[in-house]
Design a protein. Structure first.
Length: 304
């Protein structure tokens, strides 16, 4: 004969059932609230965060069909005081993209794959950091401007898949390295074509490896991430925001000023004292990286 349930036992079992249901409900709400999304082996927090509060970026890269509006051009040309007009700009861009191929599929989503990216800045904080092997473990390693590898492998790694550059910061680049070109003025496109056609192997760039950042993306970083203040975004900061837009998981290394407030480099002695962070809002950019790290949108590695 089955045991009889007393009123006390009924209440006890009902309490257990209620608590269990509440737990499952709260767990469901948590996953819904943070919208944890598995991308391969990545877990991305999709809930409230600085990254998800801002409007999505506009066109990230330029192409032969790029449309740059008057207002974007007028803002962009003031970055470094370009005096060329809009007509000349459009003609120059058209000529450049007769040589530059369409944007690579490498930046398009790959279902089921977690694309990990390391953005490696040039801060002196990288000295004796021993981050080399960690940096090299990423799918893409994006190095900025003249960031040197040889002789610093233990701290900065040796892998280079992408190099961010503009004319004044251009190092010698291997033929197999993908180039993320940041144009800051109209004549930068002329420089790019000259490098494509150069007969000097030390200066020549492989046109098939070049992707050009859209001026609208630069303005997006300025308007949304810097609240339209203090000049324009630094090359390094724009690279981080770019990585957040095209990568599944982003790790950031080598950012931040030294004890004197200067953006010193790990591979060279500072030429100028009291230079600070130049035209850029270095403190604001740094605080933003820290906030994005705290929210789980990226991993910001500082010196151990």
């Amino acid at each position: 004969m089955a045991p009889r349930l007393t009123p006390t036992k009924c209440i006890f079992y009902m309490c257990i059932l209620t608590v269990s249901l509440l737990f499952l409900y709260s767990l469901t709400l948590s996953f819904h609230f943070f919208n944890l999304e598995s991308v391969g082996k990545c877990w991305r927090v999709r809930g409230p965060s600085l990254w998800n509060k801002v409007k999505p970026p506009p066109n990230v890269f330029m192409s032969k069909d790029t449309n740059v509006t008057d207002d974007i051009f007028n803002w962009w040309k003031k970055i470094q005081g370009s005096k060329r007009n809009f007509t000349y700009f459009k003609e120059t861009v058209t000529e450049s993209f007769k040589l530059i191929p369409p944007v690579s599929d490498a930046f398009k989503p790959r279902p089921g794959h977690c694309r990990t990216c390391a953005v490696v800045g040039n801060s002196g904080h990288l000295i004796a950091s021993h981050f080399g092997s960690l940096i090299d473990s990423h799918d893409a390693v994006i190095r900025i401007n003249r960031g040197v590898v040889k002789g610093y492998e233990e701290d900065v790694g040796s892998k280079i898949t992408h190099r961010v550059l503009y004319p004044e910061s251009s190092p010698r680049v291997k033929n197999t390295t993908k180039i993320l070109f940041f144009p800051y003025k109209v004549r930068d496109f002329d420089w790019l074509r000259q490098r494509f056609n150069s007969e000097d192997p030390r200066r020549k760039l492989n046109k098939d490896m070049v992707t050009v950042l859209h001026p609208a993306f630069m303005k997006y970083v300025y308007d949304v991430w810097l609240d339209s203040r203090a000049g324009y975004g630094s090359t390094g900061f724009m690279t981080v925001i770019l990585a957040l837009a095209v990568c599944d998981e982003v790790s950031v290394f080598g950012f931040g000023a030294d004890a004197d407030g200067n953006w010193s480099h790990y591979f060279e002695k500072a030429k100028y004292e009291r230079l600070g962070t130049g035209l850029h809002s270095g403190k604001r950019e740094y605080r933003t990286l820290e906030q994005l790290h705290a929210e789980g949108q990226l991993k910001f590695f500082k010196k151990l």
